[in-house]
Structures are given as C-alpha cells and as structure tokens.
Design a protein around this ligand. Structure first.
Ligand SMILES: Cc1cc2nc3c(=O)[nH]c(=O)nc-3n(C[C@H](O)[C@H](O)[C@H](O)COP(=O)(O)OP(=O)(O)OC[C@H]3O[C@@H](n4cnc5c(N)ncnc54)[C@H](O)[C@@H]3O)c2cc1C
Length: 711
C-alpha cells in the first residue's frame, strides 16, 4: 500500500514494547489521572474539556459522550460559523458518520444530487468556452464494493448544524448562548454543554488537572472563569490558541498562497449551471479575472468564489461587495440580477503539522486544524481532523475508565502525526496539480507569487503603495492577456499547443482530483496501539502522486478493517445484512475478534474472552462462516463458546460466485484471526493457528495494545 509504505519508511517497529513498565506504576500513574477529588471545595473536574466547536470538536464530543465520557465544549464565537468552507466529506469520514445515529444517512438525504457535483469544469467564463471537464465519479464509486457508503458533498456549516442537533436531541447537550454560562464561576461544571462566546485565554497545568481560564461577557461585562479538566483537547482550528499557549510549533511550509473567499447566493446562476454545466468546482480563466468557484449547492444557488489575494498592495477594501459583484460578473460572463454577497473572508493556505500533538503529561492534546493545516486541495483538512477525533475518543475513554495507562494517549500522536504529514504532502501535490492548468495556459501562479515577492522586497520601501498596486495590476493584466481569444484558439500555434497540452493533462488524470481512495481508506498505522506482525523487509517509502489510485483491501495491523457484506445468523426470519465494519460497536469501547469456525480459533476466542475479562475491557467475537457453508444447516457457535455470550455468527455475502472470500480478501486463510480496535483499525492478526498457549498469546496481544505489562 502506498500510504503504509511511505509511513513505514519513517518509523517501522516490529513488535512494540509495552509503553508502561509494570502494573503498579500503571495504577499509580492513572490514579492522578482518574482521581476526581483532587480539588477542594466546590470545584469539580470535568473529565474532558474541548476548546473549539468546529467539526472536529463537535465530532469528538459526540464520540466521547457515546463512550460514556462526560465532556463540554468551549466556543469563542457567539454563533456557529456560517461560512460554507469545507464541503467534500471523504469515504472514511462517512464511515465514521454511519455510526453517529443516522448522521451519514441524513447527509446523503440532504446533499445535492451527485450528478450536480461530480465534475470539475475548466472554462473561460461560466457562460463561455469550456476548456475541459473532468468527471470524478467512477462506476466503482457507486458499487459499494470497498465501503458500505460513498463520499458526500455537504457544506461545513450545514454539517455543524447536524452535529449540534445530534448533540442536543440525542445526547442531552445544551447550547448555552446567553452571554456567559448560566452557572456562576464557583458553581460545579455540569458537562454536556457547548458554551458559546467563551474564549479560552490561558491554560495552567498541575500533576492532577488542567485549568483553562475562559473569558466571556455577561450583561455587557467582561468576565472570566476557570474550568478544571483531566484532559483538555485543543480543537480550536488553524490559528489554535491552545497550541500557542502551550508553545507547540508547527513544521512545514507557511503562506503558500493568500486568498479571499466570497460567499454569495444567486439562484439564477445556480439554475443556469444546473441546466447547462453542472459541477462542483469551476476553474475560470479570462482576461478580466481568474478565480475558482465552489458550487456548494446549485439548487439553492450557494457559492464560494476563491480569488488570489496579494497584500499589502491589495487590501480588503479591494474586495468590497460591489467590487466582488463585478468580479463575479466577469467570471460568469454576464450580470446576475439576484446576486447577494453574504461574507468576504481572507485566508492563508499553509502546509504545516504540529511538532507535538500532546503535552503536559498527555493532559493537553491537539486535534484537527490545531494540529495540522493543509491546502484544501483534495479535501483532506476536515476529514483528517474528524479521523483524529475517531482515533482519540476510544483511547481517552479507555484511559478514564481505568483500563489503560495514560501512555495510550501517546499512541494518538504516534499514529496520527505520520498520517497528517502524509496528507500534507498529498495536499501540496494536489495543489500543484491544480496549478498545472493555469501554468499550461501561460499563467504560472508561482511566477505571480515571485513577482509579488519581488515587489514587496525590492520596491516595497521605495514606491508609494498606490504605485506598487498599479505595477502589480499591470503585471497581472499582462499575464491574463495570455487568455485572450486571439491567443487561446486552435488557429493560433501557441493557443493550439496549449489547448492540446490541456487535453493531455485532463485525459491522463494529471489535473486536480477529487477522490483519493488509496489514501482515503488505505491509510495505515505502523506503530502505536497495535502489534505489528511481520519481520519482513520494509518496502521503500512511497511519495504521494496527486493522482487517483484505487484502494486495495488490506488486513495488515494498523489498516482499517476491510468491508464485506455479511448476513447475521439468527433465529429470526429476517436475517440482517451488514458490513463487517458494523461488527464493531459504535456505542461502546469494545474490541472485536474475527475468526473462522475452526477448532484452534475457537480456543483463541475463549482465551480472548478470559483475558479481556481480566483486563476489564469489552470483547466481542465474530465467527465468520464461508459463503459455501452447507445450506440447510444453521451454523452456531453457542455450544463451542459457552459460557461466553458476546459473540455473533455471520456468513459471507459474496457479490458473485467468483468474488474473493473474506479471508482471501484479507490475504489470509481461515486458520487466521483478526483483532479489531474500537476505531475499526486492525490491532493484531495471526495468519495461521497459534502455536502454543492461546491464553498467553492473547495476554501479550492485549497488554501490548493497551500499553500494560502482563504479569
Ligand atoms: C476554502 C476552504 C475549503 C475547504 N474545503 C475542505 C473540504 O472540502 N474538505 C475538508 O476535509 N476540508 C476542507 N477545508 C478545511 C476545513 O475547513 C478545516 O480543516 C476544518 O474547518 C477544521 O475543523 P476544526 O474543527 O479543526 O477547526 P475549525 O473549523 O477552525 O474550528 C475551530 C473552532 O474553534 C474556535 N476557537 C478558536 N479559538 C478558540 C478559543 N481560544 N476558545 C474557544 N474557541 C476557539 C473557533 O471559533 C472555531 O469555531 C477547507 C478549508 C478552506 C479554507
């Protein structure tokens, strides 16, 4: 696998050593973490405080609450962001959402129809010539072979709304908007709250807890209060206050590009595009203007225009609503009578990852954009952040329940940071692929950036700003003249060669892609809360290509459990068909052992039950029967697994008679077994029957995963 290979090159370890030494030290270490009576008087200690009610903070609060961990969220703004921003939800994130009380289904119902967003369109104006168009949905994307669900296109602010609704209606959360927490500073904190207008301004830590000082205004007065928690998660976005307060640096490339986002509505434009050229992204190049239009919802006529921004020669005054409207008309190729500019926001594109994800003895943790900020090309930002939350939630839960030592949290950084580093490189590749189109048209954006830097450095101190702006405008307008009809036509040798090159880029899949199945579903943890199974040579590291590559199912430890449909064998007439991913509980922290119905594996399953009972961790066993199991006989593991009851018999549902069986899909035989973590990643596998004592093997496996030394 590409991703695994890349990461493996960094930090492959064959058999991870237990992260904490011996049982007694684990209990001592955890006592400080778990003891809630460490503060005097009325002060209470919240298990988890999340700073930031963006998608990552909200998803984390949902997952923690489902796992029985009390938490609260702070949000510095008085309302939730209404800027559409992210819109592409990748396959893995949709799989996570499938387990959040119908969230994925609600997104699928509410998102625009796929045919209205499956293409990227390149044109001289929205009503002018089409330079190329790329369809990003392949037939296999609809077949549900590699995943039970597909990608989605849904604006970030609408997703935020659904996440808040789920927290309020299903999980008993309360959104406090009334200018300051209803409770006074000295009152115990109840949890299950989202405190709006609460800005985390400082953080103190002791051996026992984290204290966040929070400022808010109440009845016009500025106030502060202190909130104590065992763990504080900074999910406070790209400019993270938490990250700055604890002094964690970012590593990578800063300021790749400055842009302005113009959020606007026009039903006329939406209707026109829906009828004439439906798409998600429109890359528009003409002599008057250049921009990328993101169609968030064509039916509702909701768009965001992204335009390059060159401060200090340009400032936000150059993007007043009236000027933005003119710019939009230039890009559309005609005026729109119903245009409504809602919001104009500058933003900066970076490619950086935090040097550390944890500090203060693992009590302060970064997640989402606070830990990594990528170019939005490829839509990995929010998706990677949500997957951070998915990796983190069960580890926090298992720690706070006293099952694992605090070193389990260190595996969050060990696992997620390499993924962020890889996705940063991938997003930069994607950004470069996007730039290949203007470069082919004679508009090299890196040249524009260099010219801008030269103006800033060389003439910035000599010439008045008005003149600098005129020079910059002049240079850009000369650049845009490359797009004139006079040059860009088949009869002009230069134009015809550029158009031919464009066609090659589109046909060869070298332009910006929307889907990256190999990276989306195929990312793999090499080291962390898992037991690597191989001492084979490490494959050479691979670098991201920026091209679409297929996902190949893989059951190596650290990979996401492959998907296959299975039928649950029960005594009811309607035996349910589910995905193998559904075998893992979404509502509690539970490990899953998958075996075939062979004697040695049943022995292993009994050992797994016994060890999990000793370690006070929940374990479910799935006995997977082959599709060709004798018909008429209802296979059952009851007698074999008694007295344990937390097991399930399922039978493969093959797509066709020549489809691979489950164990072949996993490149294993039915003698093997897989242990799957609560986040659906494989923690351990054996390709053949265990030689020796299954109880000792399972004890080694669980203690390694949890980071405790077996006695
Ligand atoms: C133009 C654009 C398009 C994008 N498209 C995609 C896409 O299609 N797919 C994708 O996956 N990603 C995309 N992204 C990236 C995505 O928007 C971010 O990755 C995502 O918002 C990160 O979520 P988050 O919860 O980590 O941070 P945020 O969404 O930034 O939320 C952080 C929250 O913390 C709050 N906060 C900050 N400081 C404090 C404080 N001191 N106290 C309390 N609260 C605080 C903020 O107000 C904010 O509400 C895009 C980004 C841009 C700019």
């Amino acid at each position: 696998m590409a991703v695994s290979g890349f990461i493996r090159g960094f930090n492959f370890l064959h058999r991870t050593k237990p992260r904490s030494r011996v049982y007694p030290s684990f209990y001592l270490q955890n006592r400080a973490f778990l003891d809630s009576n460490i503060l005097s008087n009325n002060d209470s200690v919240l298990p988890v405080l999340i700073v930031g009610a963006g998608p990552v903070g909200l998803v984390l609060s949902i997952l923690l609450t489902k796992f029985g961990v009390k938490c609260a969220v702070l949000e510095k703004n008085k309302g939730f962001s209404k800027h559409p921003q992210a819109h592409f939800i990748n396959n893995r994130t949709m799989e996570v959402f499938r387990k959040l009380d119908g969230l994925a289904e609600e997104i699928q119902r509410s998102q625009p129809p796929i045919d209205s967003w499956r293409k990227f369109i390149y044109c001289t104006s929205l009503t002018g010539a089409i330079l190329g168009s790329v369809d990003h949905m392949h037939p296999q994307d609809f077949e549900k072979v590699v995943s039970p669900i597909s990608v989605a296109h849904y604006s970030q602010y609408k997703l935020t709304r659904l996440l808040v609704k789920l927290l309020e209606e299903n999980l008993g959360f309360h959104v406090c908007t009334s200018g300051g927490h209803e409770g006074l500073d000295h009152e115990p904190f109840r949890g299950r709250e989202i405190l709006m207008g609460h800005d985390c301004v400082s953080i103190d830590t002791t051996d026992q807890c984290v204290t966040a000082t929070v400022s808010f205004s109440k009845e016009g007065k500025s106030m502060t209060r202190k909130i104590h928690s065992k763990i504080l998660v900074g999910a406070d976005g790209a400019g993270s206050t938490v990250r700055k307060l604890v002094g964690i640096d970012l590593k990578g490339e800063k300021d790749l590009q400055k842009l302005v986002s113009v959020h606007f509505l026009s039903k006329d434009l939406g209707q026109y595009l829906l009828n004439e050229r439906p798409g998600m992204l429109f890359f528009i190049f003409n002599t008057e203007a250049i921009g990328v239009l993101v169609a968030h919802d064509l039916k509702q006529g909701e768009f965001v225009l992204q335009v390059p921004f060159y401060p200090p020669q340009q400032n936000l005054e150059d993007f007043r609503p009236e000027i933005c409207k003119k710019l939009i008309f230039n890009l559309v190729g005609r005026e729109l009578s119903d245009i409504d500019v809602i919001d104009i926001k500058p933003w900066v594109m970076h490619a950086e990852v935090a040097e550390k994800y944890l500090c203060a003895n693992n009590r302060i943790i970064l997640a989402g954009d606070a830990a990594h900020r990528f170019p939005p090309a490829g839509g990995f930002g929010m998706n990677t952040g949500i997957q951070d939350a998915h990796n983190l939630a069960w580890k926090i839960a298992i720690l706070l329940k006293g099952v694992a030592p605090s070193s389990i949290l260190a595996t969050y950084e060990t696992e997620r940071k390499p993924i962020a580093i890889f996705n940063t490189a991938l997003s930069v590749q994607n950004f470069r692929a996007a730039m290949a189109i203007p470069a082919t048209l004679g508009l090299n954006p890196t040249v524009a950036n260099s010219v801008h830097q030269v103006i800033n450095k060389a003439v910035g101190s000599i010439l008045p700003s008005g003149m600098q702006k005129a020079i910059l405008d002049g240079i850009f307008s000369i650049g845009r003249s490359q797009l004139s009809e006079f040059i860009l036509n088949e009869n002009n040798p230069l134009g015809s060669s550029r158009l031919a090159k464009l066609r090659d880029i589109f046909e060869e899949g070298k332009s910006l892609q929307l889907q990256f199945p190999a990276e989306d579903l195929g990312f793999r943890y090499i080291e962390g809360a898992l037991v690597p199974d191989s001492k084979d040579a490490v494959p050479a590291p691979e670098v991201p290509t920026g091209r679409r590559r297929d996902y190949v199912p893989c059951a190596d430890p650290g990979s996401r459990l492959p998907h296959m449909n299975v039928r649950v064998l029960s005594n009811s007439a309607n035996e349910e068909i589910i995905s193998t991913l559904d075998l893992v509980s979404g509502d509690k922290v539970e490990f899953l052992l998958m075996i075939a119905p062979v004697e040695e594996s049943y022995n292993l399953a009994r050992a797994a039950f016994k060890v999990s009972e000793e370690y006070k961790v929940s374990m479910k066993v799935c006995v997977l029967w082959a599709a060709d199991t004798v018909t008429g006989v209802h296979p059952e593991s009851k007698a074999t697994l008694a007295p344990w009851k937390n097991y399930l018999d399922v039978i493969e549902v093959k797509r066709s008679s020549d489809s691979l069986s489950w164990w072949r899909t996993c490149q294993m035989t039915e003698k093997g077994a897989l242990l799957v973590r609560p986040d659906e990643h494989i923690a351990w596998r054996t390709k053949s029957s265990i030689v020796g004592d299954p109880y000792s093997e399972m004890k080694m496996v669980l203690s390694t995963i949890l980071g405790i030394e077996s006695t």
